[in-house]
Design a protein around this ligand. Structure first.
Ligand SMILES: Nc1ncnc2c1ncn2[C@@H]1O[C@H](COP(=O)(O)OP(=O)(O)OP(=O)(O)O)[C@@H](O)[C@H]1O
Ligand SMILES: [Mg+2]
Length: 367
């Protein structure tokens, strides 16, 4: 399904490439398909091609190569306003000469909806973004965040089958952003709207999405549900980009099925799971999440390799303890432990031993 060949897909990118200047490809070979009702997020660094993909799906840019299909039909030659797609773009263009209520009513008028239905829908959409009192204002009379919420309401007011959103919450404060994240996913799921959402914010991507496509350099690096993305990153880029992560560099010393031994550059030896490394002698970056580091030796498998570590810093964060260690010559190794009654608070300067289950330590490519 993820290869874009599924005939049941509601949205499909098939071998899509895009170049703006006829030389460099900013989208390199995009294959992506979404079933109806899915909430998919494109996540990636600035310039990785997310907006470009959304613009092609909306019809404001054409693909240089490949095909984009909606409900099985190629839309390469269908103009944007005939695609029936709700959109919120990075520059939330509202009609400046219309009031908020008129902005929201417009897509309903175009669809020939009666006045009382229009008013009910506009009211509901405004309430959703907590802007019920702003119906009579014009865009220039509102803050950036308020305009952004109106743009969001306008994209959803006609209950489109497909909604595209490009950083729709970027201008909002944390509390409002979290409220809107909840409202958007709730609404999308309850109305069965298929959503393609773009963000830089990994927490937003993980909490809102059915699946996340991690972009880098015009390619999807991994496409997976949030838990799989976080727990089973398929390469170093994804491991570094999603969540907090410890990295140790070394060389593969032994490899057997789903287990390998890595000789770290500092000379120590550790156990890991080989992910995208294949042979002895290969360079690797091993990746381990701070919450999966074990400081209690009794919880480790028999014969597990451990490492000596020096405690550098202890930070009390309420629900968790965050401790920074010097490990294998690096002083940026972080562990997180839950603030449980029996949890020890480590003292800077002391020496401890750490280990992990090999399944929590992933040997990835060394870029
Ligand atoms: N209209 C354009 N003409 C020429 N190059 C463009 C145009 N729009 C985007 N690009 C280039 O294409 C690449 C991808 O841009 P895009 O806007 O898709 O990135 P993005 O992932 O949305 O980034 P951001 O997170 O910063 O919004 C960038 O290198 C950008 O400079
Ligand atoms: Mg963008």
């Amino acid at each position: 399904m993820a290869d874009g060949s599924n005939g049941d897909a509601f949205v499909a990118f098939e071998r899509v490439q895009k170049s703006y200047d006829g030389e460099t490809l900013v989208v390199k070979d995009l294959n992506l398909s979404l079933p109806k009702g899915e909430f998919l997020t494109m996540l990636g660094p600035s310039g990785s091609g997310k907006t470009t993909c959304l613009m092609m799906l909306a019809g404001f840019e054409t693909a240089t190569h490949g095909e984009i299909k909606l409900d099985g039909v190629s839309i390469n030659n269908i103009p944007p306003h005939k695609r029936g797609i709700g959109m919120v773009f990075q520059n939330y263009a509202l009609f400046p000469h219309m009031t908020v209520a008129e902005n929201l009513s417009f897509p309903l008028e175009v669809r020939k909806m009666g006045k009382s239905d229009r008013e009910a829908k506009v009211k509901r959409a405004l309430d959703m973004v907590q802007m019920g009192a702003f119906g009579g204002r014009r865009p220039a009379q509102m803050s950036g965040g308020q305009q952004q919420r109106i743009a969001l309401a306008r994209a959803l007011v006609f209950e489109p089958e497909l909604v595209l959103m490009d950083e729709p919450l970027g201008a909002l404060d944390k509390q409002l952003r979290e409220h809107m994240q909840f409202e958007i996913t709730n609404l999308a799921h309850s109305l069965g709207i298929t959503t393609v959402y773009v963000t830089h914010d990994q927490t937003e991507a993980l909490t809102m999405s059915d699946r996340v496509a991690v972009f880098n350099d015009g390619r999807i690096q991994q496409l997976a549900p949030p838990d799989e993305l976080y727990e089973q990153p398929q390469n170093s880029f994804v491991a570094q980009f999603i969540g907090e992560n410890n990295t140790l560099e070394g060389t593969i010393a032994e490899i057997r099925g789903d287990h390998c031994v890595v000789k770290l550059d500092g000379g120590e030896t550790i156990d890991a799971t080989p992910v995208n490394v294949t042979k002895v002698g290969e360079r690797t970056q091993v990746s381990i999440r701070p919450e999966r580091v074990e400081v209690n030796k009794e919880r480790l498998q028999e014969g597990a390799h451990t490492l000596k570590a020096e405690v550098l810093e202890f930070v009390y964060m309420g629900d968790i303890f965050r401790t920074r260690l010097r490990v294998a010559g690096r002083d940026d190794f972080v562990i997180k432990t839950r603030n449980a009654p029996d949890q020890i608070r480590m003292t800077p300067g002391s020496m401890i031993e750490i280990g992990w289950l090999p399944s929590d330590c992933r040997a990835l490519d060394a870029p």
